[in-house]
Write a protein that binds this ligand. Sequence first.
Ligand SMILES: *Cc1c(COP(=O)(O)O)cnc(C)c1O
Length: 412
Amino acid sequence: MEDMKQLIETTEATLTPYFKVIEETAFVNQEKVLDAFHAVKATESDLQGTTGYGYDDFGRDHLEEIYAHTFKAEDALVRPQIISGTHAITIALQSTLKYGDELLYITGNPYDTLLEVIGINGNGIESLKEHGVHYNKVDLKNGDINIQEVLKQINDQTKVIAIQRSKGYDQRPSINLDVIENAIKQIKAQHPNIIIFVDNCYGEFVEQREPIECGADLIAGSLIKNPGGGLAKIGGYIAGKKDLIARCGYRLTAPGIGKEAGASLNSLQEMYQGFFLAPHVVSQSLKGALFTSLLLEKMEMRTNPRYDEPRTDLIQTVAFENKEQMIRFCQSIQQASPINAHFSPEPAYMPGYEDDVIMAAGTFVQGSSIELSADGPIRPPFEAYVQGGLTYEHVKLAVSRAAHHLKSQQLI
Ligand SMILES: *Cc1c(COP(=O)(O)O)cnc(C)c1O
């Protein structure tokens, strides 16, 4: 145990300058969010929701302006009726892609749940494919967007180009905003009318800019990840060009109604407060990710990214030798959770995922991955995705204990 304490101390000493950089980013983003609250004159009565149709829901409308202002978008849709990140992305894709159009993913395979949305996997019902939308993808080349190949694959049908910023459950690097900006510039120079969509899940507030500032037309994400700040209990957002957001509104509710209706019930207070806290909470998660990366690296495990690499999302990958190590690690994270710590997760089928998934998450909000969670599909190379953490201290405790368990059970 004594050498564990020593290991933690040297880990934190090495991380000090990197933590400073994370704090600077949190400060810049906190100011952006505060300025957005001031720009819309956020008022106490905005925190009260509406019922029924939700007409004249000024709190909802102001919150959407706050998102738009912060992300430098013309407009935004931020709703409890958007049930998840997948739902937000689905609305964005369905409302921009019509019969005969092509969707081109340029960051390799999309996130698991989107494979069924597009119609690559699953029964195809109501997929983009069933609606006559074609799909194509360009894989990353040496971890980078292969822009030459992208430009070659674009054709008259290419309507939307999709970029997934975070690696999600894939073994590729996440794509930072400089790379995204460069790709968008080159695409737009030749094809100014193509809609650039960015799946921004896990990316919000990790860098000092967001994808719209890098030329994206439309972005989407989940409120039980970064922008909900750990407080939002449900919701998704889409932000971008005004005409595209209007379309998304029609798709979410009904043509003619759009974003004018949709009661916010009791969701607004936590969505406002969560967005206000989000830059700081994201910084806590990031510090936790760096700690996880370096501590486990010191214990001779393979972690990605390394602690000293610049980040664009919250995902920390830890690679295990085998299934047992991976399952034990995730179970230890669960044991250090505030809720359901006395339950032990087992790999199981999850709707939308092809392989069995283990999910360690003793979270206040079900499935929330801005709260500390460790999960991954049980398939070689047995990589667990460790993300989130409302406080750095909690991540430090949980990961230190998990590392200690693996060691004391001679699994590493
Ligand atoms: C989490 C995630 C999604 C889907 O979000 P859910 O809220 O789980 O539906 C999509 N893309 C990426 C990159 C993600 O990380």
